[in-house]
Design a protein around this ligand. Structure first.
Ligand code: ATP
Length: 354
């Protein structure tokens, strides 16, 4: 299914059915979360060999970044934490954005589905957020034209608007969804958002069985907070996409639960949906490991390791839903390692059936 939707190349397995995957722990809570994923994978024998690349945000130059990009190009797939951008210098680009642009990861998919029993503002939310991942306000083209006047380019291209719209409609068709909502501010940004909307309307003509409506970003935020159930699949530009993802993830339990997938035609990168660094909670054994575990499950599914993906998913679900082993962000009193140990305990009980 994934192949049909995105046409992302899926690397063939190496000797013994194993896959090499680039691991970019990033900063903040990234390294500890990656440690949990490795422990779980080791425990259930997931056939993945990680190539770990640490990118130090305080180093000058882009050697680490180049090495990371080369590694992802070689492996085809990466699991990623958020990489900090320390400097405010214009010459220092965000490494996260650079990776997405260099690998042409043009679409980001965040499936925001509520977990039963988890304390949240809204229950039974099930929205798929599809975001253009390389254009828009993230072009990183800013300059001071004259002293005291700063200009920032927002770039919308027909090709990228079409690729993301087609992804959204195709996803809706293949997953029996009913409606795609395109998010924009075309009343003010008539050319840029106007083009994004126009392309979505055109692509919709190829999907007559699906409903397509559009909504202005400010109203979308209000509607998302008051009645998120009205949304099914959302098609968004880059900046609106990150805002709406954070709003909806916040509504259903926060940054620690939901994963996000980035696809291009050749590469796929998996990470927590809201891409937080979590600097303030790093090293305290309180970060919720579930978003990164879910990202690793997405990665296993992408590579065709469905059985491993399923057992890890079931054990994680049982831990937070049935056993209520939850970190403080979900209203619990458990530590990150309590959650992981419970997952390992469930995996161990199932082991006899493998
Ligand atoms: P910074 O780079 O300064 O860390 P940020 O924009 O990446 O900032 P964060 O502050 O890291 O955002 O994250 C936003 C909020 O989400 C914070 O309150 C953080 O504690 C929380 N958060 C992020 N990830 C997790 C997690 N895995 N478990 C629990 N809370 C989390």
């Amino acid at each position: 299914l994934q192949k049909k939707v995105t046409d992302t190349d899926i690397p063939s397995a190496q000797y013994g059915g194993r896959h090499g995957v680039t691991m970019l722990p990033g900063g903040g809570i990234g390294p500890e979360l990656m440690g949990y994923v490795r422990e779980i994978f080791r425990y259930c024998g997931a056939p993945i060999d990680f190539e770990v690349i640490d990118i130090d945000p305080s180093t000058e130059g882009n050697d680490d970044l180049d090495y990371a990009i080369t590694s992802i190009k070689r492996n085809g797939v990466a699991l990623k934490g958020n990489i900090e951008t320390k400097s405010q210098s214009l010459s220092e680009v965000s490494r996260n954005v650079a990776i997405r642009n260099e690998l042409d990861l043009y679409v980001n998919v965040v499936h925001c589905k509520s977990y039963p029993g988890i304390p949240a503002r809204h229950k039974d939310v099930d929205v798929v957020l599809i975001r253009q991942n390389t254009d828009g306000e993230y072009a990183m083209l800013e300059h001071e034209s004259v002293r005291g006047v700063v200009e920032s380019m927002k770039v919308v291209t027909v090709d990228n608007a079409e690729r993301v719209a087609r992804y959204a409609f195709e996803y809706a068709r293949q997953n029996n969804r009913k409606r795609v909502t395109t998010i924009h501010k075309a009343n003010i940004m008539k050319l840029s958002d106007g083009l994004f909307l126009e392309v979505a309307n055109r692509v919709h003509k190829d999907y007559p069985e699906l409903e397509h409506n559009n909504m202005i970003i400010d109203n979308t935020c209000m509607q998302a907070v008051s009645n998120p159930h009205q949304f099914d699949v959302m098609n968004m530009t880059n900046l609106y996409g990150t805002i709406v993802s954070n709003v909806i993830c916040g509504l259903i339990g926060g940054a620690g639960l939901i994963s996000g997938r980035n696809y291009g035609d050749h590469y796929a990168v998996f990470e927590p949906g809201t891409r937080n660094t979590g600097t303030a909670i790093a090293g305290k054994n309180i970060a919720n490991p579930v978003a990164m575990i879910n990202a690793s499950i997405d990665m296993l599914n992408h590579l065709g390791h469905k059985e491993h993906a399923q057992v890890i998913y079931d054990a994680t679900y049982q831990t937070i839903v049935n056993d209520a082993i939850r970190t403080p962000d979900l209203g619990g009193t458990h530590s990150s390692t309590d959650v992981v140990e419970n997952i390992l305990k469930i995996l161990s009980a199932k082991r006899v059936n493998w």
